[in-house]
Design a protein around this ligand. Structure first.
Ligand code: HEC
Length: 497
């Protein structure tokens, strides 16, 4: 994309490289280095030479590194290149917490976690060398679950990573954690990464209340009291609320913004899917002040309102997913929900202080009957009050009340997590399939077969990267499961279908 006439809008948008039809599944990593564009594609990082007089690559790419792992929960490879030409690649974990059965309740973690040999760390390669092959030997730092954001500081040598913390403390360990803790633990972390560092995954997670690393339940943790091996692991320089999902990181070293922003971190938070029964959160861009590599104050929400009032993975208008600096000292924010890019500029007093974004207005639909999780009080409401289910059919032998109850649970009541993966409209999200189109991977679509799938979960999904825990990870009674099955059946039998 290019803004040729300088009016702040892209006049040129052109495409290069292979398409999905040609087998290219894209990637998240991208960087400029020595007149070349480096990009992630499938299992590799490639380099496109850039012409002297343009920004559109004309030749075929060269492979810098190939053979990066593509399996499991986190197959992407964001990277950063330092001033000496080191190429740092984040290779995220394949699992949530190194369990033999990923994301299943009460399953302990593998000892040792052999996944760490090829995953959950940062690997170092040479950005100037072609045809390098991924292997266990180039690991630079470990114990980093999923650093979607990875960036250099203004010296070009200090490496930072924004890590997405683990999920399902409550869902998989209900004897050790309550719902509130499930929604509010663990912290998302900003890490300062040096060679040989170990940040503790999978044995440890960062407890935002106690402000320290504690032992994970898969490794003998007791709900956050025992520290154990975590005392030897490296903690974050700053931390953020649970499940906000940092997707990108930039350290600001431009001159356009007030000096208070110098050297600080700008983080794009994609937004949560698994804070039910609490409202989903994140969907914003945060600024974290830093001085000499240390937090010099609390983070503030720098830009907000992207979701348009719908803090829900399926319904959000936009979700921040990328940040990048511009040559003029401004920067850009990218959204992956509808493919929008914002340009952020500053033209006030250079002495201005840090200022949080005003809270976005709540859209009328999200506080009424849109069915999003935050529309409902956590203590629950009577199934019939304001329910939108009156237009839904009722399965033979069942009642309208059961369908209504199923809808409430689907959207977060009783800790129901369904909407987080299947979307608020149940029409699917990147984490779970559409449940309204009458097509079934599991069972025949009858109420008993839907109830059976919900009860057992889907440990080995057919089309999705990671599965569905039994009961969707919530604590549900047989009555709740039946109500959910009734509701899902009803969604598939609207208008006489
Ligand atoms: C962590 C994400 C996640 C959560 C939470 C979740 N699901 Fe699922 N669900 C999935 C995945 C993944 C599949 C399997 C898709 C596949 O096989 O490829 C699935 C499958 C299903 C199916 C079968 C669909 C089919 O095609 O046959 C049903 C029904 C279902 N889920 C209902 C629910 C309900 C009800 C809840 C809440 C109690 C829930 N899910 C919670 C991810 C999730």
């Amino acid at each position: 994309m290019q803004d040729i006439n300088g009016d702040g809008q892209a006049d040129v948008t052109a495409r290069f490289g292979d398409t999905i039809q040609q087998g290219d599944h894209g990637g998240t990593g991208i960087a400029l280095y020595k007149d070349a564009l480096y990009a992630e594609t499938n299992d590799r990082i490639v380099r496109y030479g850039l012409p002297k007089d343009g920004i559109m690559p004309t030749g075929a790419p060269e492979t810098i590194v190939s053979g990066l792992p593509l399996t499991g929960d986190h197959p992407m490879h964001p990277f950063a290149i330092d001033a000496k030409g080191n190429l740092f690649i984040d290779v995220a974990s394949a699992t949530n917490s190194c369990q033999a059965q990923n994301r299943m309740p009460n399953v302990s973690g593998d000892k040792p976690c052999t996944e760490l040999e090829t995953r959950a760390g940062i690997w170092r390669y040479d950005a100037n060398k072609t045809d390098q092959k991924f292997s266990t030997t180039e690991r630079y730092a470990t114990g980093i679950r999923n650093a979607d954001g990875i960036a250099m500081d203004s010296t070009g040598l200090g490496l930072y990573a924004a890590q997405q913390g683990r999920d399902e403390l409550y869902e998989n360990w209900p004897k050790l954690y309550n719902e509130d803790q499930g929604a509010n633990l663990p912290a998302e972390e900003l890490l300062q990464v040096a060679q040989g560092d170990d940040f503790g995954w999978p044995e440890c997670y960062f407890d935002n209340d106690q402000q320290k690393l504690v032992l994970a339940p898969e490794y003998g943790g007791d709900g956050g009291k025992t520290v154990g091996v975590c005392a030897q692991k490296k903690g974050p320089v700053a931390f953020f609320p649970a499940h906000w999902a940092p997707n990108d990181l930039m350290l600001y070293n431009g001159t356009q913004f007030p000096s208070a922003y110098n050297g600080g971190a700008v983080i794009a938070f994609h937004g949560s899917w698994n804070r039910a029964p609490l409202p989903q959160a994140g969907y914003n861009v945060v600024f974290q002040p830093l001085t000499d590599g240390k937090a010099s104050g609390k983070y503030l929400v720098f830009a907000d309102g992207f979701a348009g009032g719908h803090l829900d993975p399926g319904q959000a208008a936009h979700r921040p997913s990328g940040v990048a600096s511009g040559p003029d000292g401004g920067f850009y924010i990218a959204d992956d929900q509808h493919g929008r890019i914002w340009r952020v500029t500053f033209n006030g007093e250079k002495t201005a202080g840090l200022e949080p974004a005003p809270a976005p207005p709540q859209s009328a639909s999200s506080s009424a009957s849109s069915g999003t999780a935050q529309a409902q009080p956590p203590e629950g409401i009577h199934p019939n009050a304001g329910a939108t289910t009156s237009s839904l059919p009722t399965p033979p032998g069942q009642t309208q009340e059961q369908v209504a109850l199923g809808e409430q649970i689907f959207h977060g009541q009783k800790g129901g997590t369904c909407a987080g993966c299947h979307g608020a409209s149940a029409k699917g999200s990147p984490l779970g399939p559409d449940l309204t189109n009458g097509k079934w991977r599991w069972g025949d679509g009858s109420v008993p077969s839907i109830a059976a799938t919900i009860t057992k979960g889907v440990p080995q999904p057919k089309d999705y990267r990671s599965g569905m825990p039994p009961m969707g990870g919530a604590q549900l009674t047989p009555t709740d499961v039946l109500a959910l099955a009734d509701y899902i059946w009803a969604l598939n039998h609207q208008n006489g279908r």
